[in-house]
Design a protein around this ligand. Sequence first.
Ligand code: ADP
Ligand code: MG
Length: 703
Amino acid sequence: MGGAMGHNQLPSLAAPVKALNGVGPRIGNRLNHLGIHQVRDLLFHLPYRYIDRTRLVPLGSLMPGNSALCQGTVELTQVLYGKRRSLLCRISDGTGSLILRFFHFSKAQQANLKPGMTLRCWGQLRKGNNSLEMIHPEYLRVDKVDDANIEQTLTPVYPSTQGISQFKLRDLTGQALAALSRGKAGLNELLPGGILKQFALFDLTSAIRFVHRPPPDADVDSLIKGNHPAQQRLAFEELLAHHLSLRLVRKQVQAHESFSIGGPGNNHINEFLGNLPFELTNAQKKVLSEIRRDMSNSMPMLRLLQGDVGSGKTVVAAIAAIQVISSGYQVALMAPTEILADQHYFNIKQWFSCCDIPVLLLVGKQSKSEKDEILKSLNSSQPVVVVGTHALFQEQVAFGNVGLIIIDEQHRFGVDQRLALLEKGMEKTRHPHQLIMTATPIPRTLAMTLFADLDISVIDELPAGRQPVKTTVISNEKRDEVISRINTACQQGRQVYWVCTLIENSDTLQLQAAEDIQKQLTEQLTGLNIGLIHGRMKSVEKETMMNNFKSGLIDLLVATTVIEVGVDVANASLMIIENAERLGLSQLHQLRGRVGRGSKASDCVLLYQTPLSENARTRLNKMRETNDGFEIAKSDLELRGPGEILGKRQTGMPELRIANFVRDAQLIPRVQQTADIILENHPGQVSKLLSRWLNTKIDFGKV
Ligand code: ADP
Ligand code: MG
């Protein structure tokens, strides 16, 4: 770069990135793919980690997995002829030793690594046979370098994409930082001065500068962990933007009128309750009264119903539905999979037959004429319950007057999908009530940020008589014992799931594994009826298979993780989960929730492949120790560690650029406090914060 670029050539922060040196159309396009359009966007493209080449690590304190800068004297250089020829060089420094290994090397290189000389190396460490190794490290002879070669700042590593090197990104962020120094136009401080002071926060510009180019005396450890005050300041602003967006959704939704759902449902509800084979739990009664109170208001209900797997959320939703139907309005219930939609349809239809409430199903698999008929009933104002999948918010769907929207297994949907369905339900100016159900138990403060637009009800009690699922952890080497256990169970009239988990992230491979296992089990368990269900099957085939399992025609159902959410077959009381070590705790808990739903004692066998990693062992033990969803969720958050917290598909959590819901949880109370202050005293800042931080554009005009 040199000094060639005078300050007057620096583009403004609002200029397109192609105004920077070294950005042609190709690089420009790639930057656009990273979400970088203007020069300013580079400033918010933050390093996701740092390389510390500012200090030498003694060889005795090197850790496998880390990258490190270190130095030592060559003791030995030799060529090894094993499976693959390699050049090996051992260095030591009195605290320990290290092997440098090269698979590609020249004669000259071999000759140059002479015993007695001192080398400085940089590379990633892995466990070798007898000591730690670096494969193809960068190295220099120390007699030829001075200490200036130990870098003065931490080296940032940026999220990147093919065709853009780290070197390029460092250069470009360098140019953007220079542009920032020249003038702040286009990068405004959006937090009120009082807040910065009260919480002792970095101002925006200093935080950005620090995070991109940490000075030599920076607290390296905290930067690498992501909890340095400069990073926290930016995380704070990002969390604030998300929180504000949800508060805004709430405010705008509740500025509308809703349908005031009154008392006339009581007869129907009593009739329904009289026909149920069980009593509601106190927790179910409590959340029902919260829901009914909300719905009697003319303001739209926005309520999240949290309850562990098997706590009985569906029946609560059904009772709310009866109340709405009795007042003459429609109800829409959306589920994330067809299997689950089918199941809800089936149950609710049966439940509602006593009170003459029509129940419809709308899913992708239906024929056009079937759909047309359903769309017609929805469009008329006939009070019906419609159960469906995403199909419910497709274009052709127009509701006549939907009074309540219920979303099951919220963790499979994002906020944007939730809002799309809501928009569907709008009738001129009135908004339907919303009930959102989830089995993902997250800590309360986190819930209050992630679901800041919702009131929260919790079912904190399981129906009486439930027997906790007894979980055992068994090595795959004892597979035959497990198989004979299945035989015994089925002889006793129990039904069994065998869950195949993904080997690779590939439908085809998963399917193949499931088919192989079905074949194998069919050979070993000759007296049993064995079915197979997987995601690639046609909808009708899936439906038939589930019905056959439900009615007891099938003893053993081999399944992929398609059965993960919601599936409810009370007679199934044994579940085998193969390769259980590959799954996260939340997913294991969801799967295990498919058994233990009746009054029979149930078992879950977690089959694992050896060797088990430390982390996997902890997960499996946790599953054996507890059935409590909250406790499992807590361990799950701890074990996953920052950076890989629950992908969006798993949780419906928004994608964050900088903040991390676990690592930064302690910021949340301050975020909420700040949101109050901004909404009250600086409402003009809200839209600026949202446009700076939010990827998913929420169309506030429409909600
Ligand atoms: P989830 O909260 O996981 O969605 P479900 O609504 O599927 O749970 O309920 C699990 C099972 O428990 C269902 O078979 C349901 O009929 C049954 N159930 C619900 N409430 C009760 C209750 N109060 N007593 C006994 N069984 C109940
Ligand atoms: Mg459910």
